[in-house]
Design a protein around this ligand. Sequence first.
Ligand SMILES: *[C@@H]1O[C@H](CO)[C@@H](O)[C@H](O)[C@H]1NC(C)=O
Length: 190
Amino acid sequence: MRFAVIFSAHWLLIPLWCCAAHCGLIYSLLLPEPPSFVQSLEDTSCMVGSEISMKCVLSGSYPMTFIWIKDGCELREDEHVRMSFEAQSTELHLKNAQLSDTGTYVCEVQNTAGTQRCAAVLTVSGLSHLTSGENTIITFVGGTASLELRPVSETDAGDYLCKATNASGSDFCKSKVTVKGKLTPLCHAG
Ligand SMILES: *[C@@H]1O[C@H](CO)[C@@H](O)[C@H](O)[C@H]1NC(C)=O
């Protein structure tokens, strides 16, 4: 779903400007200005459960259409995701951010003169309590605690913390897990 903004305050100025520079007006109608970002998206990080928004401000000729894309997929509004579109800005709001919201967000803007994109990375971090399950195996044998995740996916990347507690107190240790992307085989044409 593309959202179009077909009216801008610029149109109000046209009658005034027209008398002084009607050549300029004809030019701008014949040669629409492609979209450009006046304020780009910025990389953001937040904690699980927080509310965040990402905004970009742009200029260019109208009508303009916007879409938001996360990791290559167009975002749709739901109870978790809201998008707002104004004449010269668009904003994406995420409620109750989850680890799975981590990713690359792209705002794509289009008018008759062209398409522009700007991208930023959102990192959602936080403590979530892991319990044993289908893909998560937690064991504690002979004084050794271990956590096994399989299969591993990119959303498993992050800081892992192991905390041990007994009647005397508690201690923890931490480790950072990086998940490398899949190797995609090189394709040869023909
Ligand atoms: C708690 O663990 C520590 C470290 O292994 C140990 O020295 C201590 O005696 C334990 N306390 C209790 C009450 O078991």
